[in-house]
Write a protein that binds this ligand. Structure first.
Ligand SMILES: C[S@@+](CC[C@H](N)C(=O)[O-])C[C@H]1O[C@@H](n2cnc3c(N)ncnc32)[C@H](O)[C@@H]1O
Length: 216
C-alpha cells in the first residue's frame, strides 16, 4: 500500500470514529441526547397555556434574558395585549430590541430594571412570569424584587414562579438552586397566596401565586 492509500485509509477511519462518537450515545440511551434540549424539558407551549393569558392580557416577563418566553407570550396576548420584557442585563435586552424592530412586534416593551426595581407601573399587570430568575438574584435582593413585582400587579393578578428543583438532573446552577420551601416563603413574604402548583416540568418547580384582591 503506497503512502497515499494509507493516508486515505486513515482519513476514513477518523471519519468513522467521529460518526460513531456522535451517534453512539443517542443509540445506547435514546433519551440522553434529547433531554438537554430546552424545548423538550421546558415545554414552553404548555407553560404558556397554563398562564391563562387572553388576547389583550398584560404580562411582564421578569428577568426575560434573551426572550425565550417573551416572544411566545407576545403571541398569546396578541396585538391588543402587552408584554413587558424586563431584565437588568442591557446586552440581553438589546437582542430582544433587535428582534422586536426586525419583526415589527408592537406588543413587546423592553424595560431595563435595577436589582429590586423593575420600573413597571403600579397595578399595571395581569400577570408576571419569572423563569429561572431568582437563583440568579443575590439572596439579599430576592424579597425586594418579589415585592416590587407584587406592587406592579393588579389586585387579583398572578405571579408565576418557575425555577430549578433543588435536585434537577441538569448540569446547570448546581451551587445556587433554591429549595422549594424558600420559593414558597418568598411568595408568602411578598404578600402573595399560593393558589396552584403545576407538577409536569421535569426539572423545575412551577408555582402560581395570586395577589389578594382586597387589602389584608
Ligand atoms: C437564566 S436567565 C433566564 C432568562 C429567561 N427568563 C429564560 O427563561 O430564558 C436569568 C436572567 O435573570 C436576570 N436577572 C438577574 N437578576 C435580576 C433582577 N434583579 N431583576 C431582573 N432580572 C434579573 C439575568 O440578567 C438573566 O437574564
Amino acid at each position: 500500500m503506497d503512502a497515499r492509500a494509507r493516508r486515505h485509509r486513515r482519513i476514513l477511519w477518523c471519519a468513522a470514529a467521529l460518526t460513531l462518537a456522535a451517534v453512539l450515545p443517542a443509540a445506547l440511551c435514546p433519551g440522553a441526547a434529547k433531554k438537554l434540549r430546552r424545548d423538550d424539558w421546558q415545554q414552553p407551549a404548555r407553560v404558556v397555556a397554563d398562564l391563562g393569558l387572553k388576547p389583550g392580557s398584560i404580562i411582564a416577563d421578569v428577568g426575560c434574558g434573551r426572550g425565550y418566553f417573551t416572544f411566545r407570550l407576545a403571541k398569546a396576548v396578541g396585538a391588543g395585549g402587552k408584554v413587558f420584557a424586563e431584565d437588568v442585563d442591557a446586552k440581553a435586552l438589546k437582542s430582544i430590541e433587535d428582534r422586536v424592530a426586525k419583526d415589527h412586534l408592537a406588543n413587546i416593551v423592553v424595560v431595563k430594571g435595577d436589582a429590586t426595581d423593575t420600573k413597571l407601573r403600579d397595578e399595571s399587570l395581569d400577570a408576571a412570569l419569572f423563569v429561572n430568575v431568582f437563583h440568579h438574584v443575590p439572596k439579599q435582593h430576592r424579597p425586594g424584587l418579589a415585592k416590587d413585582v407584587v406592587r406592579a400587579l393588579k389586585p387579583g393578578g398572578y405571579f408565576f414562579l418557575i425555577d430549578w428543583t433543588f435536585d434537577a438532573k441538569v448540569p446547570y446552577d448546581k451551587g445556587r438552586r433554591i429549595p422549594r420551601d424558600d420559593l414558597l416563603k418568598l411568595g408568602a413574604e411578598a404578600g402573595l397566596k399560593l393558589d396552584a402548583e403545576f407538577l409536569y416540568l421535569e426539572h423545575q418547580v412551577f408555582l402560581r401565586f395570586r395577589k389578594p384582591t382586597a387589602p389584608k
